[in-house]
Design a protein around this ligand. Structure first.
Ligand code: KIV
Length: 276
């Protein structure tokens, strides 16, 4: 049985910290699931760390579905949350419903995440009324990077801080089961966390959140274009991969690879007949 939204909400009530990590493929999702991480996000960050775009904006619903299916196949216990990409939930309520349905029905995800607060609350409520669990996402919402004028810390003025609190309350009232707070000053996310009953999951939002989420490529050190300030590298996988690739390249060139160990034999008499 996979982790449920009620279990996630209970973790906040019990004061148990919630860990979430992104995954985009079968192999990685399997490792995250086997580690016992309760929430796996198929984030549209895949646009940058997997597909090589400069932002999440070019990511399509087909891209997201393709990766969501792979992550679902690799997992048994974690709740899989799929990110709804840019403009797949803004144009109209029926379109938001149709697109969210695809993530649950075709993709096999257990919940969707969408960016925005007050402005998307009505859609969030409708999705939930239809049985689709929703995780909110406020603060630095990367799909609005052009509107923000870059990847900037949010909520630093009294007005902006007040708006973020209103956004969080609107999402809670709409029925979201949790909210990602991205790049928000630590005291503000701690305040929002106290004011709402559903869990906050921070990324660059400090220790006062109920949980934390990170992009797996950042914590493994496999994405080398840049390292966000909010990320801690628990490994430098890129270095290990580069040296393995270089070693393989060298061994193919020198004829050291493959050896008999990686090769297959056949009946000598059969070979003799063929070479007569
Ligand atoms: O797309 C993503 O990975 C995200 C996280 C950064 C929260 O939205």
């Amino acid at each position: 049985m996979r982790v449920t939204i009620n279990q996630v909400k209970e973790m906040k009530a019990k004061g148990e910290k919630i860990a979430m990590l992104t995954a985009y493929d079968y192999t990685t999702a399997k490792m995250v699931d086997e580690a016992g991480i309760p929430l796996i996000l198929v984030g549209d960050s895949l646009g940058m760390v997997v597909l090589g775009y400069e932002s999440t904006i070019p990511v399509t619903i087909e891209d997201m579905l393709h990766h969501t299916k792979a992550v679902v196949r690799g997992t048994k216990q974690a709740m899989v949350v799929a990110d709804m990409p840019f403009m797949t939930y803004h144009i109209s309520l029926p379109e938001a419903l149709r697109n969210a349905t695809r993530f649950i029905q075709e993709g096999g995800a257990q919940a969707v995440k969408l960016e925005g607060g007050v402005t998307v609350a009505e859609k969030v409520k409708k999705l939930i009324d239809c049985g689709i669990p929703v995780m909110g996402h406020i603060g630095l919402t990367p799909q609005s990077v052009h509107q923000f004028g870059g990847f900037k810390v949010q909520g630093r003025t009294p007005e902006a801080a007040g708006r973020l609190l209103e956004d969080a309350i609107a999402l809670e009232e709409a029925g979201a089961f949790s909210i990602v707070l991205e790049t928000v000053p630590t005291p503000l996310s701690a305040l929002i966390t106290q004011k709402i009953s559903i869990p906050t999951i921070g990324i660059g939002a400090g220790i006062g959140c109920d949980g934390q989420v990170q992009v797996i490529n950042d914590i493994l050190g496999s994405f080398t274009d840049f390292v966000p300030k909010h990320a801690k590298q628990y490994a430098k996988i890129a270095d290990i991969m580069s040296s393995a690739i270089a070693e393989y390249f060298g061994e193919v060139k020198s004829g050291e690879f493959p050896t008999d160990q990686q090769s297959f034999s056949m009946d000598e008499s059969l070979l003799a007949k063929l070479t007569k």
